[in-house]
Design a protein around this ligand. Structure first.
Ligand code: 6LW
Length: 514
């Protein structure tokens, strides 16, 4: 027996999907414009997760160029069948719906390599896949209703897929539009064949505050589906702002080897019941079965803050396991948590044993392209994240520094700039696409460590142990900025449009939960 705290994957880990193979669980989450894409995490106990690889980890597997923040990879599904792992996912360009689409990749080893994407001839988002007892493959997903009765009504479709022909076969069936009349965004569907019946678990209500989980079942995969009269079977939307966990939805269920059932789902920690700078995180929830229906969080009806597990959870074996990475320390250059924007970290930076360098690029964090940036999710409300930068090779007219990033339009930077007169330190808040200078100073002495001291909603920008400015995290979260993401902390370098010549060396990057 063990009691563990939720969320099990803190920080921006939305749309979790899970499967079990023998004693291991495998889980993937959405990564949007960050690369490598779709971390594959594994666990034996549903609590300690280790990133063993990424589904999208090779240059050119997908085209991210120009994909603005909160586009990119949405809601993957991972399944295992007959010795092969399958991941289906969507790459979205919110400004150009002729780009991207739904794709399938497979791997015999979940750590990779994964195949190149096989494109699926269907529109919409949130694809999933199920294998029936006869070995037939059933893809499903969600899209805006062809004949909507109201704004943002979606429909869940299902259709057989032939792996041999690499194509859909047979007719498509629309099986679900949500449990609640007028509910928007019935999405994130997953179908399961359990005890001879088909079960559909789907989100609805929109992925923010009104999110919910609903369930339906049918004798045949094509339906008709009967909604559970208890729908929505899990939501926090009726709790008001007096709760600090909101937006519970988008669940995927899995059976443990001991026969017990569990759901992973997304929800957000919001101290004020409204704003969630850490983004949508992965929570664990027990599931029981009553009268042929799954019951989420039986007896409690909300995502438990602490989950009772029927097995023990032993300390993590190595540094790359979560949540034991809460241990403060320097994040080494080869840590699996590093991500870059629209390019692999190895394409924008160079590792050199304990340190790494980031060559400047002409583009800035305001551009929806590859920029010189490498960062980590903010996973804790109270945390110190600091970088030790060596600016010796930064060229005139270039800047490098620490960034708190939500998107192109919304980020905070604390940056050193090299000018002919010497170094300056400037703090800027780009808010809704407008830059606001918070601090500007000519540096008389050697530059010191820079970074952020995050305490709840307060971000203090710190240089050489002095607070130079503060920003309210409620101006940077998805509620304030209209996005899908949590906040990232990282280092960037730019030549502001001029041909880049210099670089910054990162001697150390420390992430220390307070
Ligand atoms: C995800 C979908 C959603 O695909 O957010 O609004 C998307 N709903 O389920 C990105 O996480």
């Amino acid at each position: 027996m063990a009691t563990v705290a939720n969320p099990v994957l803190p920080g921006c880990h939305p749309d979790p999907s899970i499967c079990r193979v023998g004693e291991w669980y495998y889980l993937v989450t959405s990564t949007f414009e960050y690369l490598p894409g779709l971390p594959v995490m594994r666990s034996r106990d549903l609590v300690r997760w280790q990133t063993i690889g990424h589904v999208i980890d090779r240059t050119g597997m997908l085209d991210y160029e120009g994909i603005a923040s909160s586009g990119g990879l949405y809601a993957p599904t991972i399944r295992h069948h007959d010795g092969l792992f399958w991941v289906v996912c969507t790459i979205v360009d919110q400004n150009d719906d002729t780009r991207g689409g739904n794709f399938l990749v497979t791997a015999t080893d979940p750590a990779g390599p994964w195949s190149d994407p096989i494109w699926l001839d269907v529109d919409g988002i949130d694809p999933s896949v199920a294998f029936d007892d006869d070995g037939r493959v059933w893809m499903h997903g969600t899209r805006l209703a062809r004949e909507p009765e109201y704004f943002h009504q979606t429909e869940v479709w299902v259709r057989e897929y032939s792996p041999v022909e690499r194509a859909f076969v047979g007719p498509e069936h629309v099986i679900w539009r949500g449990a609640v009349r007028s509910a928007v965004w019935a999405e994130g569907p997953h179908l399961y064949q359990i005890d001879g019946r088909w079960y559909l678990v789907a989100a609805e209500g929109g992925t923010e505050y009104h999110h919910a989980v609903s369930v339906a079942r049918a004798d045949e995969i094509a339906g008709p589906y009967e909604g559970n009269r208890a729908n929505p079977v899990l939501t926090h939307r009726h709790l008001g702002r007096a709760t600090d966990v909101i937006g519970a939805g988008h669940a995927d269920i899995v059976q443990a080897a001991d026969g017990s059932w569990w759901a992973v789902l997304l929800a957000m920690r919001a101290a004020d019941g409204h704003h969630y700078p850490l983004g949508r995180e992965t929570f664990l929830c027990p599931v029981s079965w009553e009268d042929g229906w799954p019951v989420f969080a039986p007896g409690e009806g909300r995502v438990p803050r602490e989950v009772e597990l029927p097995w023990s959870v032993t300390p993590a074996p190595a540094a790359a396991w979560q949540p034991d990475d809460r241990v403060p320390g320097t994040v080494r250059p080869d840590d699996a948590r590093w991500t870059a924007l629209r390019a692999l970290p190895s394409e924008v930076s160079e590792d050199d044993g304990g340190t790494w360098t980031l060559p400047a690029r002409a583009e800035t964090l305001a551009d929806a392209t590859v920029v010189a940036f490498r960062g980590l999710r903010q996973q804790h409300a109270d945390v110190d994240a600091f970088a030790d930068l060596d600016l010796a090779a930064l060229a005139d007219g270039e800047s490098a520094g620490f960034a708190i990033r939500q998107s192109e339009k919304d980020h905070v930077t604390l940056a050193f700039a090299r000018t002919s007169a010497g170094l300056t330190l400037r703090a800027t808040h780009r808010h809704g696409g407008e830059d606001r200078v918070l601090h500007d100073e000519a540096l008389a002495s050697e530059p010191g460590r820079i970074g952020v001291r995050a305490r709840g909603y307060r971000y203090e920008l710190v240089h050489a142990d002095a607070v130079v400015a503060a920003v309210d995290a409620r101006e940077l979260d998805a509620v304030a900025t209209g996005g899908f993401l949590g906040v990232w902390f990282g280092v960037f370098a730019t030549s502001h449009g001029a041909p880049p010549r210099g670089q910054v060396t990162i001697a150390a990057f420390d992430y220390a939960p307070a």
